[in-house]
Design a protein around this ligand. Structure first.
Ligand SMILES: Nc1ncnc2c1ncn2[C@@H]1O[C@H](COP(=O)(O)OP(=O)(O)O)[C@@H](O)[C@H]1O
Ligand SMILES: N[C@@H](CCOP(=O)(O)O)C(=O)O
Length: 320
């Protein structure tokens, strides 16, 4: 359960009173998520999400996220609004944390998506990429390739997490430093579009959430992150080609990647697998013992990395 910071009921009632969203009826910690503290609020006006921003979200970046979600919403992407209080402010403070009250979206996050659902997710990602084309904001990717060594160092000895991991990571970081592309199309990307950040009803996407890693980076890297998180078995050893093909086909309905982007996908996916392997390994070691959170296992992302390292990895990105 991701609640790192508790909320005092009187402070919460005072916060809700700043908004035109009715009066507070209940507040429950949300089980999913690992990054921020999230609560489901019920008021006489309906349901809302209260997010308190934790370790990896800087308060200074919040106006960027507010603007990005407003832009995507205007372009009819199914993203939640960050609600403004009567004074026009979306960003608040409670329990010593920056916080926002966010529109609640209906839908379910899937754990085992079907190919049809992967196609919808790919199309939603592509539609989001089209929608950001004229978004003026930019944000450096604080979880981008240049930062992966820092995450690895901050973890300590990676062999404590998985025996032999340190050598694998050191070699991969060296290779990615040498071979990472420099001139692919870039704009603001989601950068963490895992199934738990997509709400669906049946095969329809009803919500894209959790934009707190959104940053300016290669759009094909966003495809690689989505591929890595939607198309593998739970243990990360097997890529399901029906899911992968459908995801790529769905994306292609909206965006035609260039030949250079397509050629770069296996390498970008190695980067994506490494990025989540590293942050999961870091959190495996450093999550506070008293936090109400279920740590995520790094091992399935090591398995994905190995699959993307294979010579035939390009075959995993063929749309069907
Ligand atoms: N706007 C929303 N509408 C409905 N549910 C949401 C919304 N935002 C978050 N949630 C729920 O809260 C969970 C955690 O949110 P998320 O933003 O992924 O947290 P974290 O940033 O900590 O990973 C989600 O998996 C989802 O169940
Ligand atoms: N998606 C990442 C970690 C971030 O978690 P989220 O709950 O914010 O998506 C992972 O699975 O490692």
């Amino acid at each position: 359960m991701a609640v790192y910071t508790d909320v005092d009921p009187d402070d919460l009632a005072a916060l809700v009173a700043r908004y035109d969203i009715g009066t507070l009826l209940s507040c429950k910690g949300i089980a999913e998520g690992v990054e921020n503290s999230n609560f489901l609020l019920e008021t006489t006006g309906g349901r809302f999400i209260l997010t308190l921003y934790e370790k990896r979200v800087s308060e200074g970046d919040l106006p960027f996220f507010v603007d990005l979600l407003a832009h995507l919403s205007e372009k009819h992407c199914p993203v939640p609004a960050m609600i403004r209080d009567r004074g026009g402010d979306a960003i608040q403070r409670i329990s010593g944390r920056a916080a926002c009250i966010i529109q609640f979206l209906s839908g379910i996050s899937l754990t085992h998506p079907s190919p049809a659902q992967c196609a919808s997710a790919g199309a939603a990602l592509g539609a989001m990429h089209r929608a950001v084309a004229d978004f003026g904001g930019t944000r450096a990717n604080s979880m981008g390739r240049e930062h992966w060594r820092e995450v690895a160092s901050a973890t300590g000895n990676l062999d404590v997490v998985i025996p032999g991991l340190q050598a694998v990571v050191d070699a991969e970081l060296d290779l990615l430093d040498r071979e990472w592309p420099s001139d692919l199309p870039k704009h603001v990307i989601h950068a963490d579009l895992f199934p738990d950040n997509v709400l669906m009803l049946g095969d329809r996407v009803t919500g894209l959430i959790d934009f707190y890693f959104a940053a300016t980076d290669f759009r094909a890297y966003d495809v690689a992150v989505t591929h890595a998180s939607w198309t593998f078995s739970d243990d990360g050893r097997n890529c399901n080609l029906a899911r992968a093909g459908a995801l790529m086909r769905g994306y292609a309905e909206e965006i035609c990647l260039t030949d250079m982007e397509v050629a770069a996908l296996p390498l970008l996916a190695r980067g994506a697998a490494l990025r989540f392997l590293l942050t999961r390994a870091h959190d495996w070691v450093h999550t506070p013992a008293d936090a109400l959170v279920t740590r995520k296992d790094p091992a399935p992302f090591l398995a994905r990395l190995r699959r993307y390292q294979a010579e035939d990895a390009a075959e995993l990105f063929v749309g069907i």
